[in-house]
Design a binder for this molecule. Structure first.
Ligand code: MG
Length: 257
């Protein structure tokens, strides 16, 4: 499979730059999660994200990427990924919000995503969020030197299937670091081939996208927004990690700067 033919081992110099951009990305993510409230439009959220990104000294890694028009991706409820901030879309108390962010700085770029709601959530919504986050963490735990990409996929899939969630197949995790998308792909489901062996210096964005209903998706007429076909809720959690000699280093882990 062509998607597994390539991978990137980053140099120590690159890793320092990547680590910096990842920390900036994590900082903006956590600031945004604290600031996003019902009543805001998704355009306001995008503009706020743009300000927070500029305050780090970096730039949006998403803006203009393949023509993407926003600073970040904001996807609500049944929207899986790639939602665009718009003035007429007002966040409701009952919504779940997925934000996906990448800050570019000095030759490095980050990638992280989180889904959250407001107040106490309906049981099934909470179950979706918990399972998706745990699927991400299971994938990270499998991202050890000597394992293969498919070991990450298997760990994510196992956790998702324990809650019978739909695993989005069309979009997958990926290498990241100097470019927003680098090889290899990191599927959230087991594939026929095991993919590259994990080697220190690889930087991977692991990002399960799980649905309460079926795994089937469709694209909106805006050419970007991906949503579930059956209208069920979707969650997205993503960290970028560095393969090391020991445990993976979560580059987008929250850290007080
Ligand atoms: Mg990503």
């Amino acid at each position: 499979m062509a998607l597994f033919r390539d991978y990137v081992i980053h140099t120590p110099e690159e890793i320092e730059k990547i680590r910096r951009a990842m920390q900036m990305t994590a900082q903006v993510r956590d600031q945004l999660v604290a600031l996003v409230k019902p009543g805001m439009s998704t355009l306001q959220i995008d503009q706020l994200a743009g300000e927070l990104i500029r305050a780090t000294g970096g730039t949006s890694g998403f803006l203009n990427y393949h023509g993407f028009p926003g600073n970040i991706c904001i996807s609500l409820n049944d929207e899986v990924v790639h939602g665009i901030g718009v003035a007429h879309r007002i966040v409701q108390e009952s919504d779940i919000v997925s934000i996906d962010i990448g800050v570019a700085y000095d030759g490095g770029v980050g990638d992280t995503a989180v889904t959250f709601g407001f107040g106490s959530l309906p049981r099934d919504t909470q179950r979706l969020l918990t399972a998706t986050k745990e699927a991400l963490m299971a994938g990270i735990a499998a991202a050890k030197k000597g394992n293969y990409i498919r070991d990450i996929s298997r760990a994510v899939e196992k956790r998702a299937m324990a809650d019978q969630l739909g695993i989005v197949r069309e979009m997958v995790g990926h290498g990241v670091g100097v470019h927003l998308h680098e090889p290899p792909d990191v599927p959230n489901y087991v594939t026929p081939v095991r993919g590259p062996k994990l080697v220190p210096g690889m930087v991977l964005a692991i990002e399960p996208m799980l649905n309460l209903g079926s795994n089937r998706i469709k694209q909106d007429s805006d050419g970007w927004t991906i949503r579930t076909r059956d209208g069920s809720l979707s969650a997205h959690f993503e960290h970028s990690i560095l393969i090391t000699e020991q445990q993976p280093e979560i580059l987008t882990w929250p850290k007080t700067m």
